[in-house]
Unconditional design. Structure first.
Length: 401
């Protein structure tokens, strides 16, 4: 049942006293509204709830999606999943890989490239998994921790009132919180209301993604064309189960006006790629789950907050998925944010420390991803060295021994 308007759920911050009667400081966030239930919002909700914060999460989706694409989840995201206690479930739904095979378009192997273990040596370098499987694990964990999840709701407006922020949701509910986290993704509507002027921008790339079958012996691979023939910039696949993989075809951002259905266009773009790609191309038909999208990016170099309303994840940093760090950077935001704002002290100071840790790390990923995106579009670039840039960006994320 919807709450009546002007009924506040969030508890106000109440300083406690020690035995001598002297006032102690309290953690700056004891209740929170999270807007958006993707990787960022759910991981933030879980990490806050685990630290004693009372959390409500809203998402505009009327129901959680049960189908979706595959993802490559890097070790540093797995490290966060370990910290929040879901790693066993995550590894159970994923296919672990520690290297990727690079192919020439004709199917010959170019190289076997080990993937840096960005989560440390006790975790796989990457897993491939289906997004809905990972999402379900996070939703269940949040629910088990008592996070209240309300679907079909958006944040209509907010107001800062010193040590709290008031939210107005699309059902008219008005509530007061210690913090509101905006985890709305790259198309965030709230971002400009935080005084952030940066907006999402085209990357010059488009991508087809499909979930299809694979042969048991097929491990992850990426193939490069011999020349820019107007087709795909590259094609790759990642196993997501014993029998399935997801395929991506990186290409120009506009679909040609050739009258082909989506599945036919994806096959056309793959027609010059051989070896394992012959099997994958043949496995695509009119029943394949696939879609095309233009890839956009954004990077807000901070600050990401206005008063007690803070944006995290792809609402403030999203990159072309060329080193598969998108979700990893989102969940790193979530955990570090929760660790900082549940300490005793002042939120502004905690956020300043948070930005000092997060911004340089994200900038490394953004700069590498944008450079790789430029080289994808200009394959003949004399200075192009994608292996070095990709490896360097990932090695920079590996924890110090
Ligand atoms: C083509 C492509 C391939 C990718 N591949 C990879 C990969 O292999 N590996 C990887 O790590 N990353 C990958 N990424 C990036 C990854 O998907 C994102 O980094 C991650 O999903 C972002 O999570 P998020 O929670 O910040 O945003 P989102 O996943 O966009 O979630 C935002 C949530 O907020 C909700 N919402 C939005 N607006 C509102 C509102 N106003 N009110 C309430 N709710 C709202 C939405 O319904 C949604 O549930 C890829 C991205 C793309 C585009």
């Amino acid at each position: 049942m919807p709450r009546p308007p002007n009924v506040g759920r969030g508890r106000r911050r109440v300083p406690t006293s020690d035995a001598s009667g002297k006032q102690e400081t309290t953690m700056s966030v004891r209740n929170a509204l999270i807007v958006g239930g993707g990787f960022t919002g759910l991981t933030t909700a879980i990490a806050l709830a685990q630290r004693g914060v009372e959390v409500t999460l809203v998402d505009k989706a009327p129901a959680w999606a049960r189908v979706g694409h595959g993802l490559t989840i890097q070790g540093n995201a797995l490290r966060v999943f370990k910290e929040i206690g879901v790693i066993d479930d995550v590894l159970a739904v994923g296919q672990a890989e520690n290297a990727v095979t690079l192919y020439f378009a004709d199917g010959r192997v170019m190289a076997e490239m080990p993937t840096p273990r960005t989560g440390g040596d006790d975790l796989p370098a990457t897993i491939g998994a289906l997004r809905p499987d990972l999402h379900e694990i996070l939703v269940k964990k949040a629910e088990d921790l008592g996070v209240e999840i309300r679907l079909g709701l958006e944040l209509t407006s907010f107001e800062n009132n010193g040590d709290t922020a008031t939210s107005v949701l699309s059902d008219g509910t008005t509530e007061s919180w210690d913090v509101i986290v905006v985890a709305e993704g790259i198309k965030s509507q709230t971002r400009p209301k935080l005084g952030i002027t940066e907006d999402r921008a085209p990357s010059g790339l488009g991508i087809w993604r499909a979930v299809t079958s694979r042969l048991p012996e097929m491990t992850g691979g990426i193939a490069y064309p011999f020349e820019d023939d107007g087709g795909a910039y590259k094609v790759g696949y990642t196993p997501v189960s014993d029998t399935q993989c997801y395929i991506f075809v990186l290409c120009r951002p506009q679909r040609p006006d050739n009258g082909l259905e989506g599945w036919q266009e994806a096959k056309r773009l793959m027609e010059n790629f051989h070896g394992p790609f012959d099997y994958l191309r043949d496995s695509i038909d009119e029943n394949t789950f696939l879609n095309f999208q233009e890839i956009e990016w954004i990077f807000v170099e901070g600050p990401w907050h206005h008063g007690r309303v803070v944006a995290l994840g792809e609402a403030v940093h999203a990159v072309p998925p060329l080193i598969a760090q998108g979700a990893a950077q989102c969940v790193e935001d979530a955990l570090l944010f929760a660790e900082h704002v549940t300490q005793d002290g002042d939120l502004e100071a905690q956020l300043a420390e948070f930005y000092a840790r997060r911004l340089p790390r994200i900038k490394g990923v953004v700069d590498a991803s944008l450079l790789l995106a430029k080289w994808e579009q200009n394959p003949g670039s004399p200075d192009a060295d994608p292996g070095r840039v990709m490896g360097g960006a990932l090695m920079a994320l590996v924890p110090a021994a």
